[in-house]
Design a protein around this ligand. Structure first.
Ligand code: NAD
Length: 455
């Protein structure tokens, strides 16, 4: 399929050629035999080599992300910065979680240890094409697994460069990359020698992977899926801060983050002030060429994504910030869109598709609420459970709300996109399982083995 740069449709990108899954699995299976015998220190050494190579190519990798996906270059540089730092965090995790334990309460001497599973398949999305896969990849490798990475075909070029830097840092076959789309992903997860799968992407694809692997109980499948993340704005909130946080969390990566804010539940007493402030803050997010350092709002990734946005803003809501799709920006044709904000009445909101489904574009729906109870009920009224922010200065009020919020990550006075790599990250409900997105994933990348020796 012909591909074009989303920020400049006159730039044609190289076509994606499907990789050979079977051959990659054979190489990775062969390499596992030796790799699992290595010490953690040896594996760390390889990761450190990869870290140096990745740091050396930071600018080129960021440029590739911006060119292929339309992510603004400053954000893309941030992504690669996180990729480099992730290796430090992954090593700290491996030392912590892979250390052998012993249980004093047991009659016999014993060892509780974590062993690698074998060949792992990692499938990545387009929006953090390197970083999200890399988190799982580093954990699998440090635990002694070999890895096959299938990146998003929308970011095949930059992931190919990343793949080469990683591949040359490890013994042959320990890290492999196969390019392609859904069918290559299916072939990878279905291969009997692939023992562990980490998938980040949409619920639909996550379901297809869960079905494809359901018969083989020797496989572990970790899923990081979508979100329909809410910002709850209480009457006592710092409204400037809330409006700024919502504007950022709806516009970063053009709203194409799993943790983007797409719903605002605001106390009716402050709704109109909040909306005025949000409108003003959104003024800073002007669509621009993703390759320019000044751009804060890039294009969406594809024509399909743009059409989904156009259909959404064509629906008869009370649009208080009117969006719109732009044919071109500064003379460059691309998938450019404007931020859009709709209001929905409380009594019908929870049934509306705009309230329940990911649009994956800079679009939010605002609902005025009359109590914390109501806001919590609405925040929970979706099939997702990834991130929720509450804006209130009152810590006790916040913590009381946290107990009833169905989300894996909850923030006070921070945007829903605030996900530092130093903490665990993952979703509840249809947002996923296995918590592959942050700290501690190395536990999932292993099987526990309990050893007892008669006294
Ligand atoms: P996608 O599901 O379309 O594709 C993701 C990956 O899966 C790609 O590599 C794709 O080729 C592959 N794929 C698609 N169908 C497949 C199938 N049937 N079998 C095997 N592989 C298949 O997602 P996307 O558009 O690249 O990314 C956006 C989605 O990812 C959003 O829903 C977003 O919320 C989610 N996401 C979640 C997180 C998280 O941490 N929870 C992070 C980033 C993105």
């Amino acid at each position: 399929m012909t591909r074009f740069s989303p920020g400049n449709l006159s730039i044609e990108l190289p076509a994606v050629v499907d990789g050979e899954v079977r051959a990659a699995v054979e190489r990775a299976s062969g390499a596992f035999v030796g790799w699992r015998e290595t010490t953690l220190a040896e594996r760390e050494g390889c990761l450190r080599r990869a870290q140096e190579r990745l740091a050396g190519k930071k600018e080129a990798l960021a440029y590739g992300i911006a060119l292929e996906t339309g992510k603004p270059i400053t954000e893309a540089l941030g992504e690669i910065g996180a990729v480099v730092v992730k290796i430090d965090l992954a090593i700290a995790d491996a030392r912590r979680y892979l250390a052998e334990q012993t249980e004093a309460d047991c009659a016999n001497p014993n060892i509780i240890r974590r062993r690698p599973r074998g060949v792992a398949g990692v499938i990545g999305p387009f929006n953090f094409p390197v970083h999200l896969a890399h988190g799982a990849i580093t954990a699998y490798l440090l635990a002694g697994n070999t890895v096959i990475f299938k990146p998003s075909p929308l970011a095949a070029g930059v992931c190919g460069v990343y793949g080469e830097l990683m591949r040359e840092s490890f013994p042959e076959g320990v890290f492999e990359i196969v390019q392609g789309g859904a069918s290559v992903g299916q072939a990878l997860v279905s291969h009997p020698a692939v023992r562990s799968v980490c998938f980040t992407g949409s619920v639909a694809a996550g379901r297809a992977i869960a079905k494809a692997t359901a018969e083989d109980l020797s496989k572990d499948v970790a899923l990081e899926l979508g979100g329909k993340n809410a910002a709850i704005v209480c009457a006592d909130a710092d409204l400037e801060l809330a409006a700024q946080s919502v504007a950022e969390a709806m516009c970063l990566t053009s709203g194409q983050r799993c943790n983007s804010t797409s719903r605002v539940l605001v106390d009716q007493r402050v709704e109109s002030t909040f909306i005025d402030l949000l409108r003003a803050k959104l003024g800073a997010f002007v669509p621009g060429d993703p390759l320019l350092a000044t751009t804060k709002l890039g294009p969406v990734v594809s024509d399909i994504a743009k059409q989904r946005y156009v259909e959404t803003i064509g629906q008869p809501f009370d649009w208080i910030v009117t969006g719109g799709a732009l044919e071109s920006v500064a003379g460059k044709r691309g998938h450019y869109v404007l931020p859009a904000v709709a209001r929905a009445p409380l009594r019908v909101a929870a049934n509306l598709p705009i309230f329940r489904n990911e649009v994956f574009a800079p679009v939010v729906v605002v609902v005025a609420t009359t109590s914390d109870e109501e806001a919590i009920g609405l925040a929970n009224a979706t099939d997702y459970g990834l991130t929720t922010s509450v804006f209130t200065p009152d810590r006790d009020r916040f913590l009381a709300m946290v107990d009833r919020l169905e989300a894996g990550n909850v923030y006070q006075n921070l945007p829903t996109t605030f996900s530092p790599g130093t903490l665990p990250f993952g979703g509840w409900k249809n947002s996923g399982n296995g918590r592959p997105g942050g700290r501690g994933f190395v536990r999932f990348a292993t099987d526990e083995q309990v050893v007892q020796m008669k006294k």
